[in-house]
Design a protein around this ligand. Structure first.
Ligand SMILES: Cc1cc2nc3c(=O)[nH]c(=O)nc-3n(C[C@H](O)[C@H](O)[C@H](O)COP(=O)(O)OP(=O)(O)OC[C@H]3O[C@@H](n4cnc5c(N)ncnc54)[C@H](O)[C@@H]3O)c2cc1C
Length: 463
């Protein structure tokens, strides 16, 4: 970064929004993944699409790597500038442009915090249902770039299922607008599909149009304790198979996670000694029917050997049940000096065997492993936690051996290595196992076609 180039950055945005001060750059050299920090040479906090265009053109002319960044809550190292260069932050692009009630869409800039976006939609009586546990700290642009999921994905799907239109700036500084408020669109290649989940490697998202849905009037949460891990998982299969019910949420937390939350949050969570807790949310517009479904679900759970479930039908009780689930990932990071977060996904039918396999691998490798997450989607977060006093480098080796065995098992069961966190740098080494050479070559060809100089978030996703 020569002084001359820096001067040009300062012409794009005023000095307060462009910095090379190492103290200010520290927070932009990492995300929420455990990987090492890499400081960028400069940070630019853009406010408009024109500024994004100008910054990307300058980076391309000068062959400077540019790492797009939302709010840095990513768990895969995607926003970490591993080749230095410029971090382009969208944190100031916080405008919800419009909630269009007639067309049931919201149009928003990428830097908006997801919870704020949801609130803006709810003020108009509409619902944006994708709710990552980080919803109060992550941006919608980051969600689009990682194809984020959340607790409600069982019923509502993930970010990809809501993107109707995108505006993005490509590596040559051109603006792509694809889709919009249309319910259907078969016009050429689906550029929305290409950009969603591309982790800032194919374009910088500057505006998103998302589909909205009506919010069901009633919601009831049920917390069910089980004594065996597999029982909790079998519940998912039984619910799908026997009842055809589609709960909004089916989450699970294993005992170590429950205890960690109790210890850290002091919230006296229910069923502290259960081997596994399953949290199910049912919703609908007819309260009697929702409660009937609760009884059916409770019946199945008891048949599987659950203790009496706890039902929460008011916001205060529901918040109490949700605290542990929402805070779990953060709590584990507070308690343990290092946490490696795996994000596997499998066909639902393989879940019972998989949770048993995780427990066996944990024992075999002598690690502390906390499985939890969106079990209804076949998505298990497997957090491997380094305990205090353990040597970090030997722990890393054991952790890698655990992950390799786990991933072999998952891939052999028809699963994949990332459901919602993305690949970034953290999972890159696993890509040749996860995908064949034809798939990787097709991805490389796309990257080369759209970013021939490899300036957009280089070193991510593709080994
Ligand atoms: C406690 C906790 C809980 C979490 N729970 C969930 C969960 O339930 N579900 C889930 O899916 N994830 C979860 N995450 C992960 C994380 O919140 C998501 O990946 C989120 O989408 C990242 O958003 P961000 O704004 O922080 O993006 P960042 O971390 O800043 O960036 C993530 C990636 O997106 C790219 N990017 C960001 N903005 C843009 C843009 N405008 N254009 C192009 N590329 C861009 C970056 O280059 C990077 O590759 C959790 C994280 C934490 C810390």
């Amino acid at each position: 970064m020569t002084p001359a180039v820096l001067r040009k950055f300062n012409e794009i945005a005023e000095p307060g929004r462009v910095t090379t001060d190492p103290a200010a750059l520290v927070d932009y050299g990492r995300d929420e993944s455990p990987g090492p920090e890499f400081l960028p040479e400069a940070l630019i906090r853009v406010k408009s699409v024109d500024e994004v265009v100008a910054a990307v053109k300058l980076c391309r002319d000068e062959r400077i790597p540019v790492t797009p960044r939302g709010l840095g809550t990513g768990l895969a190292g995607g926003a970490v500038p591993i080749h230095g260069g410029v971090v382009l932050s969208t944190e100031l692009m916080t405008q919800v442009v419009e909630v269009d009630v007639d067309n049931l869409v919201v149009r928003t800039r990428p830097g908006v915090v997801v919870e704020k976006l949801q609130q803006a939609c709810e003020q108009e009586g509409l619902f944006y249902p994708v709710d990552p546990a980080s919803l109060d700290t992550c941006s919608i642009g980051g969600n689009v770039a990682t194809n984020a999921g959340g607790a409600r994905a069982f019923k509502y799907g993930v970010t990809r299922d809501y993107v109707r239109g995108l505006q993005a700036v490509t590596a040559d500084g051109r603006i792509i607008n694809y889709g919009g408020k249309l319910r259907k669109n078969a016009t050429g290649y689906d550029l929305n599909a290409l950009l969603v989940g591309s982790e800032g490697t194919l374009g910088i998202v500057t505006e998103v149009t998302l589909r909205l849905v009506p919010k069901p009037r009633h919601r009831v949460d049920i917390l069910i304790p089980f004594e065996r891990l597999a029982q909790g998982v079998e519940l998912v299969l039984r619910v799908v198979h026997d009842t055809r019910l589609v709960p909004a949420v089916v989450e699970f937390i294993e005992r170590k996670g429950i205890r960690a939350c109790n210890e850290k949050l002091g919230s006296e969570l229910p069923f502290p000694d259960a081997r596994v807790q399953v949290l199910v949310e049912l919703e609908g517009n007819n309260l009697d029917q929702v409660l009937d479904n609760c009884v059916r679900l409770g019946g199945i759970a008891m048949e599987l050997g659950a203790e009496e479930p706890l039902v929460a039908d008011n916001p205060a009780d529901q918040d109490r049940l949700w605290t542990a689930r929402r805070k779990l990932a953060e709590t584990l990071k507070d308690i343990y000096p290092e946490v490696v977060a795996e994000d596997i996904v499998l066909p639902l039918s393989r879940l019972p065997a998989t949770v048993e396999r995780i427990a066996r691998l944990e024992k075999k490798h002598g690690l502390t492993v906390v499985p939890f997450g969106h079990i209804g989607d076949g998505n298990i977060h497997v957090d491997i936690c380094r305990t205090h006093g353990t040597d970090p480098s030997s722990w890393r080796k054991t952790c890698d051996a655990f992950v390799d065995e786990l991933v072999d098992y998952v891939l052999g069961s028809g699963g994949q290595i990332s459901a919602e966190h993305g690949i970034g740098t953290e999972k890159k080494r696993l890509m040749p196992k996860a995908l064949g050479s034809s798939e990787l070559d097709a991805m490389r060809a796309l990257k080369r076609a759209l970013d021939p100089d490899n300036i957009l978030n280089p070193g991510k996703i593709l080994p």
